[in-house]
Design a protein around this ligand. Structure first.
Ligand code: HEM
Length: 366
């Protein structure tokens, strides 16, 4: 009873002398460093026992194919509790809706459908850049947020549906920022431990009751005129949870896109030669900068490949520490069998630093 024998085919398991908490303390303090140290000590596949659960990490490419393709892994079961904590969508509704809504959003946001959004997005970005005035703001992160948030929500949710006007935005921004800041923790624990986060969540859910009722009221009959939010509402089963799904979609649309836009700009501005090349590319497509409005078409974007590569390189360097799926049937990865019940964690952060593919892994080389 005192010694748990390790199944020789299971990956090496890291626990600590504190039962149940396992390695949670060390892992929680500095997850990326913890993964790296564990990897150099135990190899590319290892299990961390923490908070009563087993998390098996795959840090090299061998596991990536299995992670994305295997039927023995399940995404929904891995994230259901997090969704329940974050937006109070109960398990039953989540399992009933997830795959439909996932296909819907994936279809609407696919590259072949993006032309539907480019006109509005371009107009919106221009409008909100103009609001910054000639002095802008001294803070790049704030600049990106102030422009991206209203442009993205007006494009995906419909103009005037979410608060984007100057008078109403302050209170919204405060709550949304608080909600976003602690989202990672809050999705992993009961909300009674995070009082301020919980207050902001309640405020946002209340706001989304109005957002959803406005979107319903203005929902057009023909498909091509509907916003992404209106498509979501049409396809949702259990309409009373519409505000919760709406808030989840708002968060998903901002949580990665805003930081990536920020980091792409940071990298470009940090390398004078890259900045120079980008400005030359822009001038070759749009002419010299001036006061005239620039119309950006998909054709123009296709000519600006270097900007696309900069964005992809920023995504490579600033991708998440881990994404997760639940093992539903034992699965073989390298020479190990990962048992059912484990959370399988793939680390894009470390995969994107594999020296076999990126000889200078920390360098920004678009
Ligand atoms: C540069 C921009 C973006 C990046 C880097 C990004 C990245 C990601 C990542 C890493 C995940 C988690 C995948 C996983 O855990 O397996 C995710 C999920 C998701 N993202 Fe994005 N995202 C971006 C923009 C957007 C936008 C604009 C939307 C608009 C609605 C969006 C909607 C979603 C949704 C709905 C999910 C959940 C998918 C599911 O339930 O299966 N994302 N995204």
């Amino acid at each position: 009873v005192l010694f748990q024998l390790r199944n020789p085919s299971s990956p090496p398991c890291i626990r600590s002398w504190i039962p149940w908490f396992g390695a949670a303390f060390q892992f929680g303090k500095a997850p990326l460093e913890f993964i790296e140290q564990a990897r150099s000590k135990h190899g590319p596949v290892f299990t961390i026992f923490a908070l009563g659960k087993r998390f098996t990490f795959v840090t090299e490419e061998e596991g990536a194919e299995a992670f994305f393709k295997s039927k023995d892994l399940n995404f929904e079961q891995a994230v259901q509790q997090a969704v329940e904590n974050a937006v109070s969508v109960p398990a039953e509704s989540f399992y009933q809706n997830h795959s439909n809504l996932y296909s819907l959003i994936k279809g609407k946001m696919s590259p072949s459908n993006l032309h539907v959004f480019t006109g509005t997005l371009c107009e919106e970005l221009r409008e909100h850049m103009a609001h910054l005035g000639v002095e802008g703001t001294g803070d790049l992160n704030e600049l990106v947020r102030r422009v991206m948030y209203p442009a993205v929500v007006n494009t995906l949710f419909g103009k005037g549906i979410c608060p984007t006007g100057r008078s109403e935005i302050k209170e919204f921004e405060d709550h949304f920022q608080k909600y976003d800041e602690d989202f990672e923790y809050a999705s992993q624990m009961p909300e009674c431990f995070l009082r301020n986060w919980s207050k902001s969540k309640k405020w946002l859910l209340k706001l989304f009751e109005k957002v959803v009722s406005d979107a319903e009221r203005t929902n057009p009959s023909e498909t091509t005129s509907k916003t992404l939010l209106q498509h979501l509402l049409d396809n949702l089963q259990g309409k009373h949870l519409a505000p919760n799904y709406g808030l989840l979609m708002l968060w998903a649309s901002q949580a990665n896109a805003v930081p990536i836009a920020f980091w792409t700009l940071v990298f470009i501005l940090s390398y004078p030669s890259i900045y120079k090349k980008i400005m030359e590319d822009l001038a070759s497509v749009f002419g010299k900068a001036g006061k005239d409005k620039i119309e950006v078409s998909e054709e123009d974007l296709k000519k600006l490949l270097f900007i696309k590569w900069c964005t992809l390189e920023a995504i490579r360097l600033r991708s998440p520490g881990a994404i997760t799926k639940k093992v539903v049937n034992p699965i073989k990865i390298q020479n190990f069998t990962v048992p059912a019940g484990d959370m399988l964690m793939l680390s894009p952060y470390w995969l994107h630093r594999n020296p076999k593919y990126f000889p200078d892994p920390e360098m920004f080389k678009p």
